[in-house]
Ligand binder design. Structure first.
Ligand code: ZN
Length: 730
């Protein structure tokens, strides 16, 4: 045997040691290690308020409605920044989708005219200010409202809606659901408006409204989408690829049925001031129906007897058009698990200048991508799992860009996406107000402890705000994910757990039932943000720090930071609370109707399945505490089980009459897209049955059968999830 020279041996030894050290260093560097993790301080220190401010100023300098030239220019800009900042690659992803616009040469109008002479007595404005003050801002309209010309009597009541033009206030539930209800109840058109009670709470005089405060003048109009399903309407359930994929025709699809137009409260005053009928009663059924205009609010129908010859007319000239829209995707590959993805997304398109919705999130997205790109470029650092940065288009017309992307990559995402973090309008005020999938709530709470906030931690401020709102001092309660923004296709179609980050205004001081006053109006300007919302850009900084640290925590934790235990407990509590819903509001949930008769065995089965899931999840969590994190194969197996548990609740055919909502566990309620409930399909069907009992009793047995099958499906899914936890290799 030839002797090995001592020099060669030394060189070999040094080589091997260096290799092991190198692996170890890399392994520890990209591993999220909690409070003292060096990446956390690099994120906290790295966020620049100047850049956040500069980028927001640039992004909101021109309107960027979906499909506009500016929307495309900003897509190119964001792709170029992703590359410049040091991500591995960035590219545009086009989809060919159905859009809806107002008609620039024939704006939509609401008018009052004299039926005898035909003389027009009043005509609504179609934009807030003239073209020189806000060039290129799209006229006020509700996307996908059909083109129509309707004459009728106004009605601001809950009954006698057939053939009437229904006056509807913004707030509480999603506008698309309002219009769907109105159409079902016979309204021939809807006029939407925001009352001063919501958007001018400190008075409507010039000194109290924008540009002198964040409240709105009477010309501000909330534009907004009406479709209640998400994604491209012509390719529901599959991607709208640009190279010739199948599309349905306009006549094959469901679209909003009646014309709808949003106007300002100044114009609504002209209509309500002439209304006849009884004054709005002071009863709980009409709570909040009186508003902040200086008139007696009347129910109608029709104008008062002194104005009986006057009629109302609604003209909607909206046009539909298929167009190519662009998402931007930026990738920073993981060094250990490159085939596992953590996605951070935000929508780029806006109704107007979009300084809040959603450019406040876009500037944060850019800042966070700059930091991670920089870590990689400066020190060859990589995340453990692959980071995906996404800028969506078409969110405002129905989450189109994000939904198409999820549909295109559904198999890859269902197997390999770990979590999705969304940031839409990040900053409406200083109070953290996130929503999340239950399994991700714990990691969200944890990282807020590492974010500095006004000489304390964000966790502290968050806890104090919740105590101020609810009077309870407890760890922060987090809402389950609602809809209305881009996490919806990830969570409700693909079953990927998600977090939506948002900071809100003081909800106790300003109990607005809708969003912030300038929401979807022409006044969502950089100046509004710079003067009233976040003058120091310190809140934008906090938002960026939070999403940055979250991204690192979820992509860098060796063991995925999912709390299956919290998920199971939350399901159990939410299920128990389901039977305690406000019956006055819902009028359909009563457990006694269910525990007797045909539903009894199914409810028993469901409750048993929930219990077993809770037990298995508790067991799982305690096993996780003793897991050998140095065994990479075991870690990977365990992580795969947690991915699979979330997907166990995805039903391929979707919920009843909602194929795009496939999550049996949590999703928005069919009758209010903004509100998320446990077992959404069950609540949908109970409400449908309750409505049917009043209208068409013959259909009830069929719906009852669908509901029995659905409850059984939920129980089976819970058992599958339980089996996944129990048959783990532990
Ligand atoms: Zn938005």
């Amino acid at each position: 045997m030839p002797a090995v020279s001592p020099t060669l041996l030394a060189v070999l030894t040094i080589g091997v040691v260096a290799l092991i050290l190198g692996i170890l260093i890399e392994f520890t560097q990209n591993r999220y290690s909690g409070r003292d993790d060096p990446i956390i301080s690099r994120i906290n220190e790295g966020v620049s308020t100047e850049r956040l401010r500069e980028n927001l100023k640039f992004l909101s300098s021109e309107p960027h409605l979906v499909g506009s030239n500016r929307d495309k220019e900003l897509a190119d800009y964001i792709r170029d920044r992703f590359v410049e900042y040091g991500l591995d690659r960035a590219y545009l992803v086009p989809y060919n989708v159905l859009l809806s616009y107002s008609n620039t040469s024939h704006p939509n109008k609401v008018s009052i005219f004299d039926a005898r002479s035909g003389r027009v007595l009043f005509e609504s404005k179609h934009r807030e200010e003239n073209e020189t003050i806000f060039p290129n801002i799209v006229d006020s309209y509700n996307s996908f409202a059909p083109k129509a010309d309707v004459i009728g009597e106004p009605n601001y009541a809950k009954i006698d809606l057939k053939g009437k033009i229904c006056i509807v206030r913004y707030g509480k539930i999603f506008r698309g659901n309002k219009c769907e209800n109105a159409a079902q109840r016979g309204c021939v058109a809807v006029i939407l408006y925001s009352d001063p009670l919501e958007i001018a709470r400190e008075g409507t005089q010039q000194e109290n409204v924008y540009p002198n405060s964040w409240w709105m003048n009477g010309k501000a109009m909330q534009r907004g989408n009406l479709r209640t399903s998400m994604g491209d309407a012509l390719t529901q359930g599959f991607p709208a690829l640009v190279d010739g994929a199948f599309q349905y025709g306009i006549n094959d699809i469901e679209l909003p049925k009646i014309p709808t137009q949003p106007i300002g409260y100044e114009d609504m005053y002209a209509i309500l001031n002439l209304m006849g009928g009884l004054p709005v009663p002071n009863t709980t059924a009409f709570r909040d129906w009186n508003g902040g205009l200086n008139i007696t609010y009347r129910l109608g129908p029709g104008f008062g007897s002194a104005n009986a010859e006057k009629k109302l007319r609604v003209v909607v000239n909206n046009v539909m058009q298929t167009k190519i829209i662009y998402n931007v995707i930026g990738i920073l590959e993981g060094s250990v698990e490159a085939d596992r993805y953590v996605i951070l997304g935000n929508h780029r398109d806006a109704w107007g200048l979009g300084a809040m919705d959603a450019s406040s999130g876009t500037t944060a997205l850019l800042e966070v991508s700059r930091l991670f790109g920089g870590f990689h470029r400066d020190s060859q650092w990589r995340p453990r799992r692959t980071l995906v940065f996404a800028s969506w288009s078409g969110e405002e017309l129905g989450l189109i860009g994000s939904t198409e992307w999820v549909e295109e990559h559904i198999h890859l995402l269902s197997q390999k996406a770990v979590a999705y973090i969304n940031v839409d309008t990040c900053i409406m005020g200083p109070n953290l107000n996130p929503d999340a999938s239950p399994s991700l709530m714990e990691i969200l709470r944890e990282v807020t402890e590492y974010i500095p906030f006004r000489n304390n931690t964000l966790l502290n401020a968050w806890t104090e705000y919740q105590e101020y709102i609810s009077g309870e001092l407890d760890k922060p309660k987090i809402k389950t994910l609602g809809s209305g923004t881009d996490h919806a296709p990830f969570a409700f179609f693909a079953g990927i757990p998600a977090i939506n980050i948002e900071f809100t205004f003081d909800k106790k001081k300003y109990p607005i039932s809708g969003s912030y006053p300038a929401y979807h109006t022409a006044y969502e300007t950089f100046d509004l943000v710079d003067k009233f919302i976040d003058p120091e850009f310190s809140l934008h900084k906090t938002c960026s720090q939070l999403i940055g640290v979250l991204l690192h925590a979820i992509s860098g934790s060796t063991l995925m930071p999912f709390k299956i235990n919290e998920l199971a407990n939350r399901v159990q509590t939410d299920y128990e609370n389901m039977w305690r819903r406000d019956r006055n509001e819902d009028q359909f949930v009563s457990k006694s109707d269910f525990i007797n008769g045909e539903f009894k065995p199914l409810i028993d089965m469901l409750e048993k399945s929930i219990e077993n899931f809770v037990i298995a999840a508790k067991d799982w969590d305690s096993k996780m505490r003793d897991l050998d994190l140095n065994n990479p194969f075991l870690v990977r197996q365990v992580n795969d089980v947690m991915l699979a548990v979330e997907r166990a609740f995805i039903t391929p055919e979707g919920l009843h009459q909602r194929p795009e909502i496939r999550n049996l566990l949590y999703a928005p309620f069919k009758y209010n897209k903004y509100s998320t409930v446990v077992f959404p399909g069950m609540l949908d069907l109970m409400k449908t049955i309750s409505n049917t009992q009043r209208a068409d009793t013959l259909k009830v047995p069929q719906f009852n059968q669908t509901l029995r099958r659905h409850i059984s499906d939920i129980a089976i899914a819970l058992r599958s999830a339980t089996n996944l936890l129990n048959t783990s290799p532990l």
